[in-house]
Design a protein around this ligand. Structure first.
Ligand code: AMP
Ligand code: MG
Length: 410
C-alpha cells in the first residue's frame, strides 16, 4: 500500500498548472497573478493634500507659534476634484481640502486646526512649517514603471485596490479549475427528497462543492450514478470532456458494488494508485486521463472530506499557480487522551487547536473519529496527525496540520 507522502507526491507530479487568462478585475481577487504588473502611471497622480487646511509658502510661517501668529490672505479655495485658479505668492494662502491638488507656488499645507480665521479674509497661522510639510508627492505610493505586483502573487483586496487605482480593468491570472463532482451509490437521493427507508441523501456532492470553492475552484455538479459500471464509466468520460479535474465519491472500497476501480479502467483512465496507508480514507484511488486527474474518494463523509483536503486540495492550488501547495504543520500539547485505536496507518484526527493562557499551543480531539461521522468537524480547526502505531497520551506533544486553503497565503 502506498504511503501518504508518496501518494501526495505522485498526484502533485501529475498536476498541471492551468493556462492563464485575462479575468475582469473583480473576478481576480484571491487568484494568482500570471505575469508582473508594471505601473503605467504615478500613484497618486499629482501632489496632493492629506488634510483639510491651507496651502501656502513655508517661509510665511517662519517663527509662527501659538503666541506669535503670522497672518496670510486667503485668495482661493480648492475642494477635492478641483484645481486652484490662482497661484500662491508670498503672503497668500489657498484653502485646501483632503485629496485636492497642491496649488502652484505653495510648498506646504497647514492643518486647519493650527489656524484661525481673522478679519478681511485673512487667517492667523500658529505653526512653523518646513517646505514639503503635509504634501503627498506624486508617485509616493507607486512610481510609474515600477513592478507593483509580481507573477505568483495571490491577489488580495488591497492589490485589487492598487490595480483599480492604476486603471487595470482586467489582469492575467490562473482561472478557477473546473472540478467535476460525481456521486455514486444506489442508496442516494437528492437532498430535497425525504429518503425512503434504506436510502440517504447525497450530502457528499454538496460538501465536495463547498470544498472546491474553498480551494478556489469552480464545482461542476455532475449528479449521481447508481452502482452500475456502464453508467459510471460513461459519466466519467462525459464529465472529463468539460472539466479540468474529476472527483467521485463512493464505490471505491472492496465490496460487491464498489465499481469505481473497474469503471475507471473501462473509461480509459490510467491508475496512479489505489489505497493509501491513512485513516480515514484508505480506499482512495487516483487516476489520470488526458492529463486530467481523477480522484475516487470514499463515500464515507469524513473520509471523503479528509482525503479531498489532503490530496485534491493541494492539486487544486497547484492548478491555480500557487507557489506553495504544501500542507501547513505545527506542534501542540495534547490536553485529553484520544479515543482511537493504534493503527498501522497514519491517522488524521479532527482536532481543536489554541494557545493556552501561557501561550503554549494545545490541542484536543473534537469528538467521534469514525469515517462516517460529520459532527466532529463542527469545532475542528486542525488535524492531529498520529504517526503509524503511535498512541500519544494527554500531555504529549503531537503533530498538527492546518487547513492550507486558508493559510496558503502566509
Ligand atoms: P461506499 O464508499 O460506497 O462504500 O460508501 C460508504 C458509506 O458512505 C456508505 O454508508 C454510504 O451509504 C455512504 N455514502 C456513499 N455515498 C454518499 C454520498 N454521496 N453522500 C453521503 N453518504 C454517502
Ligand atoms: Mg457504495
Amino acid at each position: 500500500m502506498i504511503s501518504f507522502e508518496t501518494a501526495l507526491e505522485k498526484v502533485l507530479q501529475n498536476t498541471k498548472t492551468l493556462e492563464a487568462e485575462n479575468l475582469p478585475l473583480l473576478e481576480s481577487c484571491q487568484r494568482v497573478l500570471a505575469a508582473p504588473v508594471f505601473a503605467r502611471e504615478n500613484l497618486p497622480p499629482f501632489d496632493r493634500s492629506p488634510l483639510d487646511g491651507y496651502a501656502l509658502w513655508a517661509r510665511d510661517t517662519e517663527g509662527a507659534a501659538a503666541k506669535y501668529p503670522r497672518k496670510v490672505k486667503v485668495v482661493d479655495s480648492v475642494p477635492a476634484g478641483s484645481l486652484a485658479e490662482v497661484a500662491v505668492f508670498p503672503g497668500m494662502a489657498v484653502r485646501i481640502m483632503t485629496g485636492a491638488p497642491i496649488p502652484r507656488g505653495a510648498d506646504c499645507v497647514i492643518r486647519q486646526e493650527n489656524t484661525q480665521k481673522a478679519e478681511a479674509g485673512m487667517i492667523l497661522v500658529f505653526e512653523e512649517l518646513q517646505p514639503g510639510a503635509n504634501i503627498i508627492r506624486a508617485g509616493e505610493d507607486v512610481k510609474k514603471g515600477d513592478a507593483t505586483l509580481a507573477a505568483g502573487d495571490v491577489l488580495s483586496p488591497g492589490d485589487i485596490g492598487l490595480l483599480a487605482a492604476l486603471g487595470h480593468t482586467s489582469v492575467p491570472v490562473f482561472p478557477p479549475p473546473k472540478v467535476g463532482i460525481l456521486a455514486t451509490g444506489s442508496e442516494l437521493v437528492e437532498i430535497f427528497e425525504k429518503p425512503p427507508k434504506g436510502k440517504i441523501r447525497n450530502s457528499n456532492s454538496y460538501m465536495l462543492a463547498a470544498l472546491v470553492r474553498e480551494y478556489g475552484g469552480a464545482p461542476v455538479m455532475a449528479g449521481v450514478c447508481e452502482d452500475n459500471i456502464e453508467d459510471i464509466s460513461r459519466s466519467i468520460e462525459k464529465i472529463l470532456l468539460e472539466t479540468d479535474i474529476l472527483i467521485t465519491t463512493g464505490g471505491v472500497s472492496v465490496g460487491d458494488y464498489d465499481l469505481l476501480p473497474d469503471a475507471l479502467e473501462q473509461a480509459g483512465a490510467h491508475r496512479l494508485f489505489w489505497k493509501v496507508a491513512m485513516k480515514p480514507g484508505t480506499p482512495l484511488l487516483a487516476a489520470v486521463k488526458n492529463n486530467k486527474l481523477i480522484f475516487a474518494l470514499s463515500g464515507n463523509p469524513a473520509a471523503c472530506l479528509i482525503t479531498f483536503q489532503q490530496f485534491a486540495g493541494p492539486c487544486l492550488l497547484k492548478m491555480q499557480g500557487r507557489r506553495d501547495c504544501n500542507h501547513k504543520w505545527g506542534k501542540a500539547v495534547l490536553t485529553e487522551n484520544i479515543d482511537v485505536r493504534k493503527s498501522s496507518h497514519l491517522r488524521f484526527v479532527r482536532g481543536h487547536w489554541r494557545y493556552n493562557a501561557e501561550g503554549v499551543p494545545e490541542v484536543r480531539a473534537t469528538g467521534s473519529q469514525k469515517p462516517g461521522v460529520l459532527s466532529s468537524f463542527r469545532n475542528h480547526n486542525c488535524y492531529i496527525v498520529l504517526q503509524e502505531k503511535t498512541g500519544p497520551c494527554k500531555g504529549d506533544w503531537v503533530r498538527v496540520q492546518f487547513n492550507q486553503a486558508v493559510t496558503a497565503n502566509i
